[in-house]
Design a protein around this ligand. Structure first.
Ligand code: AP5
Length: 226
């Protein structure tokens, strides 16, 4: 079974790798950020409630996210596995997830803050298909337009500097403690998220196969979980 969760700071490349890995493994990519942005775009009551938190870079209340995620995990395509990107983000969510489904691997994306800021400020994405670009590292073929469907690209409202600052702080206060939660369960794999998308993808596969030597040293995993 491929029941995999990605943890890591905003901009570390979780969504980029989750999209690729889900195709390779034939399991869905479940991004709580995308699920919430979709609900906000639809204008549902739940989506509108979530939108305010997201714009400010704060976590959406646990109950709202759990309701959406639980419904998504019950769809048949998630029965044989999933790549979960952006959940859990605090202890209450980790405990809720433990009750819903076991995990086979938890991958922690490690990237220094100056790299995160560079990746976030250059990110643009397609509002139609969700494909993510980077103006420096992964630019579209035609400036400002999606390679797949030609839609004009847009920048996420939470990639503004103020919201990014809040997201990074929220991550370090609420999500970092989860590394210990998964290390105690021997599920945690650390991943050096520097380098090209292909390089990180190779390290990711290696980490999932249990070859920790090329994905991140045991020492780094112990340090990260502290
Ligand atoms: P979410 O959408 O999950 O955002 P995030 O966790 O902050 O992560 P990002 O999407 O910003 O970054 P990423 O690591 O996926 O990086 P990406 O691959 O795009 O959540 C958004 C909001 O929703 C939250 O703030 C919160 O409000 C709410 N929310 C979501 N889940 C929640 C939950 N469980 N509970 C409560 N609230 C929740 O890459 C970044 C950029 O770098 C891109 O431009 C990409 O092209 C580029 N890039 C990626 N990899 C590489 C590489 N190897 N080399 C060069 N460039 C690269």
């Amino acid at each position: 079974m491929h029941r995999i969760a990605f943890l890591g700071p905003p901009g570390a490349g979780k969504g980029t790798q989750a999209a690729r890995l889900s195709v390779e493994l034939g399991v869905p990519h479940l991004s709580t950020g995308e699920i919430l942005r979709h609900a906000a775009g639809e204008g549902t009551a739940l989506g509108q409630a979530a939108d305010r938190f997201m714009r400010e870079g704060r976590l959406v209340p646990d109950e709202l996210v759990l309701q959406l995620l639980d419904a998504r995990l019950r769809l048949p395509d998630a029965a044989s596995g999933f790549v979960l990107d952006g959940y859990p983000r605090n202890r209450a969510q980790a405990e809720a997830l433990d009750r819903i489904t076991p995990l086979d691997h938890v991958v922690f994306f490690e990237l220094p803050e100056d790299w995160l800021l560079e990746r976030l400020t250059q990110r643009w994405s397609c509002p139609t298909c969700g494909r993510v670009y980077n103006l420096v590292t992964l630019p579209p073929r035609i400036a400002g337009h999606c390679d797949d469907d030609g839609t004009p690209l847009h920048q996420r409202s939470d990639d503004r500097p103020e919201a990014v600052k809040t997201r990074l702080r929220t991550y370090s206060e609420q999500t970092t403690p989860l590394l210990a939660h998964y290390q105690e369960r021997n599920l945690l794999r650390s991943l050096d998220a520097k380098g090209s998308v292909e390089e990180v993808g190779r390290r990711l596969r290696s980490a999932l196969e249990g070859n920790r030597g090329s994905s991140g040293s045991s020492e780094r995993q112990r340090t990260a979980a502290r």
